[in-house]
Design a protein around this ligand. Sequence first.
Ligand SMILES: *Cc1c(COP(=O)(O)O)cnc(C)c1O
Length: 427
Amino acid sequence: MMNSVWRPYCQMKTAPPPMKIVATEGCHLIGQNGECWIDGMASWWSACHGYNHPQVRDAVTEQLHRMPHVMFGGITHEPAERLANRLAELAPDDLNHVFFSDSGSVAVEVAMKMAIGHWRRHDRPGRTRFLAFDNAYHGDTTGAMSLCDPQRSMHARYSGAITQQYHVALPRDATTEAVLERTLAAHSDSIAGVFVEPLVQGAGGMRFHDVITLRRIRDACKRHDVLLIADEIATGFQRTGKMFAVDHTADLQSPVVPDILCLGKALTAGTMSMAVTIARSHVFDSFYSDDPGAALMHGPTFMANPLACSAANASLDLFEGNPYDVEKIETILRERLSVLRDIDNVADVRCFGAIGVVQFRDPPKMQMVQDELVRRGVWLRPFGDCLYTTPPLCINEDALHRICDAMIEATRATMPRSDSPMCNQLR
Ligand SMILES: *Cc1c(COP(=O)(O)O)cnc(C)c1O
């Protein structure tokens, strides 16, 4: 049979065929023959409440019957208005101006355009470039790609075709802080803003940093009067235990409030593609004028899709009604996965919030690891030198232990085993 699908991040010639999934339920993926895998990835961090949550499903179904979509230029609707107000309420300080788009990468592009436009308004038209950090990942579109780590990222082969940005190490200590400081000082004419994934760098290597590092970044931005842009597309919505990762700085004497905040992934509880870029008032005000030409010229066809907005509103209802015990998830991941530290080939085991990471020295063939996991009834997608889990936040202890079992056994396994612990029934 012809197969016309060109798959993501995939060598089409050599990759084994993908798993065919026909249904989802709770924390599970269900295969063609009724096989059932615990989804330890929550579909790339997105399915925070698990799949097919009745409240989300009902909200989307109701919206589907009323109005699946309407253009957002010149038109508005209640689900979008309500969602924007709620996000503004949740986001710290005066992060009150919510721009909708259709994917995380586009939300990052919009943030870049906001920052460039902001400085144009303040007579700094030369400020068109950005600083980002080693191991950063900010998306796959060309602008977002330019912010990713130029050497280590999967976008290295596009170097030369994309804008060159400034990349430095995260300021974890005095030496790296000095490099950040020097770079911002040397290029203050051209740097519009600093992009950071607060506390957790995702697809660029699953690395964590602390609130002090984040505060150093904020302080450097303040000293050089450049915008701080927090990409919380992965960390948003309680993945790290707080609603947003920057909320971990709330106890500091001066909490970190980014000038622009990007959200995506779990925004619609994993049901639909949507992202937002939220600006503080001083950024919004740079576009607020009697001059039509000063407006933010952006508007994806499907922005603020009502189905996606209703899913997001239902998701926020769930967060309000039932905050997750992410600390418990972190404790279990930490306790269980730490046994892997004894293995020579394991360079590091780290856990933060509902994120558990095993990093290898000499990475085994990740396809082999994945096959081992799948055999054990768990879906994870290791990449680079990391095996990691970002389970649905609603996961029960049992399922979480099964993910840990599978990660431990798959790491230890030197040869495939034939036992097949797939669960046979749903739930
Ligand atoms: C996933 C991700 C993006 C890109 O989002 P898409 O919806 O895949 O375009 C950007 N930044 C971070 C930190 C992400 O994790």
